[in-house]
Design a protein around this ligand. Structure first.
Ligand code: NPQ
Ligand code: MG
Length: 374
């Protein structure tokens, strides 16, 4: 494909309810979407960076800037982009000399991949090697002021059919809320927790108290850089340790596994630089016998559809954070938003990433557009 234009579009989308984690509260999203125009048609990508660099060092203004000033020009300058041969697989190698900025790179690769697959008439699920048409759906539940409010929320999600509950935790909001939820949902309902780096090595003994609740895993309790601390926790606790923020590529995944720092991996395409790197992590985890699941970044229907395709690969043996669009948004920007039925999401099968845009709604929530040409 020959790349012709790139549109950077910012949208504002309110959340149905505030989402509080150990790193802050989100009430509305400021999202960067990319629309690439090629000689074979258009494709869209969604950048999962947040407004603030709180989950990771990336943030939405920074992502837009690095795409405009560095990534897009480099892609246009790639030998393959001048003729008919540029493919999505060449995007990551072309951008590799730029350090970091995985979320920005992932969004660009995603747009090129969407254009390529739409032109080929192939679905993302098929392209990645998905083996299932339905995937189990989990939900991520925020932090609240009281345990009563938390229990009310969890009861609602259980009634919605979610097959797995994930509770956000932080110091002061851990053992007692988890105990109360475990009592509410019973011993058999899959339950896990996510601290988003809120603890330190001094808390290892404290975190071992979670062992009594039969959790599927504890996600990223310590700092992104603290691989040794996670290995120490994994050795001390019965609850499997799962890394999220620390895993930035297939090679960091392999290292963390070999160092005993992670027993399960949360794969987020945005965090690792794209869906193709995400598939590589899946493949290496299958080889090493490490279970994986697909995380979520409060995506719109674009990223949510693509995540469902990824999560349909055979190594995704644990339910992911791919919940119904209505968990976060009153109205989505796609015409057929992700829903759950009997606790499961259907994997999109149409060509490309797997959705069609609701252009009228999309235009109504657009806050800015920038057009870059070749
Ligand atoms: C996680 N997500 O697994 C993340 C973190 C997270 C579903 O728990 C706006 C955009 C708010 C992205 C809050 C879930 C967010 C966000 C939390 C990502 O660690
Ligand atoms: Mg997480």
């Amino acid at each position: 494909m020959r790349l012709e234009r790139l549109e950077l579009r910012r949208i504002a989308l309110d959340l149905v309810t505030p989402f509080r984690t150990s790193f802050g509260v989100e009430t509305a999203r400021d999202i960067l979407l990319l629309k690439v125009t090629t000689d074979a048609g258009v494709g869209w990508g969604e950048c999962v960076a947040q407004h603030e660099p709180a989950y990771s060092p990336e943030f939405v203004d920074g992502a837009a800037l690095v795409i405009e000033q560095h990534l897009w020009p480099a892609l246009l300058g790639a030998p393959a982009s001048g003729d008919a041969t540029l493919t999505a697989a060449q995007v990551a190698p072309t951008l590799q000399r730029f350090k970091g900025h995985q979320m920005a790179k992932a969004a660009l690769e995603m747009a090129v991949l969407d254009a390529q697959l739409r032109a080929e008439g192939v679905s993302l699920a098929e392209h990645l090697g998905a083996t299932r048409e339905l995937i189990p759906s989990g939900v991520s539940v925020g932090i609240f002021d009281t345990i009563d409010v938390l229990l009310e929320q969890v009861a609602g999600y259980v009634a919605d059919g979610y097959v797995r509950i994930k509770l956000k935790i932080e110091p002061g909001w851990d053992i007692e809320p988890v105990r109360a939820v475990r009592e509410l949902i019973g011993r058999d309902k899959p339950l896990q927790v996510d601290a988003n780096t809120a603890y330190s090595r001094a808390d290892i003994e404290h975190l071992c108290q979670l062992d009594q609740f039969d959790l599927l895993l504890i996600e990223q309790p310590l700092a992104e850089e603290d691989v040794l601390g996670h290995a120490q926790l994994a050795a001390a606790s019965a609850t499997p340790v799962c890394l999220d923020e620390s895993i930035l590529s297939a090679s960091t995944a392999v290292d963390a596994i070999e160092l005993g720092a992670t027993e399960v991996i949360n794969i987020k395409p945005g965090r690792v630089g794209g869906y193709l790197e995400a598939r590589s992590i899946h493949d290496v985890c299958v080889e090493l016998g490490i279970p994986v699941w697909c995380g979520g970044m409060i995506e719109t229907g674009i990223g949510r559809a693509a995540n469902a395709a990824l999560a349909a690969l055979p190594g995704f043996t644990l339910p992911g954070d791919i919940s119904a669009s209505t968990r976060f948004y009153r109205r989505d920007i796609v015409t057929d938003p992700i829903t759950i039925t009997d606790g499961h999401v259907s994997v999109p099968s149409i060509p490309g990433l797997g959705y069609e845009l609701d252009h009228e709604f999309l235009d109504s929530i657009t806050t800015s557009t920038t057009e870059l040409t070749g």
